[in-house]
Design a protein around this ligand. Sequence first.
Ligand SMILES: NC(=O)c1ccc[n+]([C@@H]2O[C@H](COP(=O)([O-])OP(=O)(O)OC[C@H]3O[C@@H](n4cnc5c(N)ncnc54)[C@H](OP(=O)(O)O)[C@@H]3O)[C@@H](O)[C@H]2O)c1
Length: 337
Amino acid sequence: MIRVGINGYGVIGRRIADAIVLQPDMVLAGVVKVKPDYKARIAAEKKYNLYATDEKSLKSFSEAGLNPRGMLKDLLREVDIIVDASPEGVGAQNNQIYQEFNKKAIFEGGEEHELTGLSFVAQCNFDEAKGKKALRVVSCNTTALCRVLNSLDKSFRIKRARAVIARRAADPDETSKGPIDAVVLDPVNLPSHHGPDVRTVLPHIDIVTMALKIPTTHMHLHSLIVSVKEKVSENRIIDALKETTRVLLVNSKDGIKSTAHVTDFARELGRPRSDLYEVAIWADSIKVIEDEIYFYMGVHQEAIVIPENIDAIRALTGRYSKEESIKLTNKMLGIIQ
Ligand SMILES: NC(=O)c1ccc[n+]([C@@H]2O[C@H](COP(=O)([O-])OP(=O)(O)OC[C@H]3O[C@@H](n4cnc5c(N)ncnc54)[C@H](OP(=O)(O)O)[C@@H]3O)[C@@H](O)[C@H]2O)c1
C-alpha cells in the first residue's frame, strides 16, 4: 500500500483525499489544514487523520475542539508521498521541508515548472515520471489542452494550435473574487501563459493562447483552432477522440449547448460533488476547414486534475505501467472512458 499525505485541504486537496480513499493500493495517512473551519470538521467526521500546519494552527484546532494528530512534520514521518495542494506559490516554500524529510512530493499547477522540472499529464508523459522524486501536476486548462492536443497530434500531426480560453472567474466558494459584471482580459499583453505551460508537457507543439475571465464559477470554455499535417475529416477526429481516455464527447442535439448544461449533465452522473473528470468536447462543434480543425471544449476546473494526481502517485513509485495506472484510476473514479 502507498501511504499518502495531503498538505492543503481546499478545492483540490479535498477531492484528492476522497479519490485516494477509493484506491485499492493507497492509504490516506492524513490531511493538513491551516484553519479549523467546516472543512476541517468534515474531514474529522470522515475519520481522516487531521494535522495542523504549524504550532499556531495546532493551537487554533485545539481551541475549536478539534483534535489534530499533530503538525505537518508529524504527518511527513508517516508517508511515502506527500501531495501539496496548498495555494499557488506556497508549495515552493513547502518543498524545503519535504526535502528535509526526504519525501517524494507532488505539486499542483499553481507552482512553476522549474520547481520540479517535470510537469505531468498521465496520458502524455507517465513514463518520464516513473520513480522520480517530485513532479508538478499541471493546471486544469493545461491538463485539458494536453490531453486533447496529444491525441490530435498522434493521429493527425499538429502544425500549430491556437486557443482562446474563457476562464471561470472564481471557484464556487470564493465569495470575495470577481468579476461580477465584466469580461476581464487576463492578461491584456498577449499571449497568455497557457501555451508555454502546455509546452512543459508537449515541448514540440506550436501553441499560442489568449485568455479572458468571465463571471461564472462552474467551468472554463476553450475555443480551439488546430492546424494539422495529415488529411482529416470530422468523422476521423471524432473516432480519434472516442479512443482518447478522459475525453467526453457531448452533443448539442442532446440539449447540451452551454457550460451550465455540461454541469447539469455531470450532476446527473451522480459523482461526488458532481465532478467531471473528463474534458467535454462538443462533437457537433468540430469543423474542418482546409487543414484547420475548429471546436469548443469545457473544463471542470475543480475536478479535471484529480485522476492525474492519482496517476502521479503511482508514477512516482515506479511500480506501475501507464496503462495499469490509468485503467485502475478510471475504474475507481467511475470515469466513462
Ligand atoms: N481551484 C482550482 O480550480 C484549481 C484547479 C487546478 C489546479 N489548482 C491548483 O491547486 C493548488 C491548490 O489550489 P486550491 O484551489 O485547492 O486552493 P484552496 O482551495 O485555496 O486550498 C488551499 C488549501 O491550502 C491550505 N493552506 C493555506 N495556506 C497554507 C500554507 N501556508 N501551508 C499549507 N497549507 C496552506 C488552506 O488551508 P485553510 O483552508 O485552512 O486556509 C487550504 O486547505 C494550487 O496550486 C492551484 O493553482 C487549482
